[in-house]
Design a binder for this molecule. Structure first.
Ligand SMILES: Nc1ncnc2c1ncn2[C@@H]1O[C@H](COP(=O)(O)OP(=O)(O)OP(=O)(O)O)[C@@H](O)[C@H]1O
Ligand SMILES: [Mg+2]
Length: 345
């Protein structure tokens, strides 16, 4: 199921409770697809990023290539055809909401300063500083950056895998495009009224006022910026609610609470219009490695049965508990192999 989804969808969200293995599963799956020749973009939306740790390198807000198929890279260099089909590559991004928020507020700041007399500039700065720290700014900046990456994605990547933050945060993130679309629509309505008012005032003043063209220009710029934002959120909303292009995979461990919470998460996502492609039960204990683990495995089987009952027909797949530390390409390859039915006995 997991690999099939990654082969057939353009965007996959990997979500679930804290510490269940979301980052590991997202990374191993991304690497697997890159090895198959896909150009994959792996995005972390978790404010407490740990993608970089797994790939043993510093990642940031713009894409860093963490793995590339050297053979086909060399081949395509020989053929002088870079980016030829089959040159699998994996790029990774850890979204930095602070960077998006401050870029946005810088833009707002320069507009405001150009409209205000010099002696009020420090007031503008104070106001923006407050805005930067107000609740919601971080969240909408995160969403905005994700929307841009999803929008640009199809140009450079065949598949985008999003490693999300623990459940609650992610459900809000998935519902947010709809809220933000409505909110920006409201903003546009208010602009329309303000512009009509401005036009009426200008008409009363007589049209030869030299200020009029610049304030009309400003209105147009503001309107364009709001419209662009509205369209971006609407595009994202259309993408995440299109089950043919986008799917959500819930990772969990075979324990009582994670099973209950994962079933609840699926219901919440369904309410937001997001289709869940299936459940991945990670770190399943081996049944042939001693009595202790066999005992655990027996308990896990009970929880697996419970999950299947609650899954309501959705696919349930398992991944084994691996012995070593899950860091670096070799370890991710091992987890990736377990995702491929062709390689598992
Ligand atoms: N199949 C596995 N076998 C062994 N260890 C695993 C497996 N999957 C994940 N781990 C380990 O479990 C820990 C948590 O994994 P990971 O960081 O991927 O979870 P997460 O859901 O992304 O966590 P967070 O919610 O904090 O982002 C890590 O130490 C990881 O190496
Ligand atoms: Mg994680």
């Amino acid at each position: 199921m997991l690999l099939d989804l990654a082969r057939s969808r353009r965007v996959l969200f990997i979500g679930g409770k804290g510490g269940v293995g979301k980052t590991s599963v997202a990374s191993a799956l991304a690497l697997r697809r890159a090895r198959e020749g896909a150009r994959v973009l792996l995005i972390s939306t978790d404010p407490a990023h740990n993608l970089g740790h797994l790939w043993e390198r510093r990642l940031g807000d713009s894409a860093t290539t963490v793995w590339a198929d050297e053979e086909s890279a060399e081949q395509s260099a020989d053929d002088a055809a870079p980016g030829a089909a089959g040159a699998g590559r994996l790029d990774a991004v850890e979204i930095d909401p602070d960077a998006t928020a401050s870029a946005h507020l810088d833009e707002v700041g320069s507009t405001l300063r150009s409209m205000m007399p010099e002696h009020l500039h420090s007031e503008v700065d104070k106001h923006l500083d407050l805005a930067a720290r107000s609740p919601g700014t971080h969240e909408s900046a995160m969403l905005e950056r994700l929307a841009v990456l999803l929008d640009e994605g199809p140009a450079g990547h065949d598949l985008i895998i999003v490693d999300t933050a623990p459940s609650g945060h992610t459900v809000r993130l998935m519902a947010l495009p709809e809220i933000m679309t409505a909110w920006t629509e409201g903003l546009l309505d208010r602009r329309t009224r303000a512009e009509r008012f401005g036009a009426a005032v200008r008409a009363l003043d007589g049209d030869d006022d030299p200020e009029s063209t610049s304030s009309e220009g400003r209105d147009r710029r503001i309107r364009r910026a709001i419209t662009r934002r509205r369209d971006r959120f609407a595009t994202m909303r259309a993408m995440i609610t299109d089950a043919g292009r986008c799917s959500f995979v819930i990772v969990l461990t075979a324990e009582r609470l994670p099973v209950l919470e994962s079933a609840a998460l699926r219901d919440q996502l369904a309410e937001a219009g997001v289709a869940v492609g299936g459940f991945v039960v990670n770190r399943l204990s081996p049944s042939d490695a001693g009595e202790f683990l066999a005992g655990r495995r027996a308990q896990e089987q009970t929880q697996l049965a419970e999950l299947r009952r609650r899954a309501d027909g959705a696919a349930v797949e398992t991944l084994p508990l691996l012995a070593g530390e899950l860091v670096g390409v070799a370890a991710l390859d091992a987890l990736g192999a377990a995702m491929d039915p062709a390689e598992t006995p």
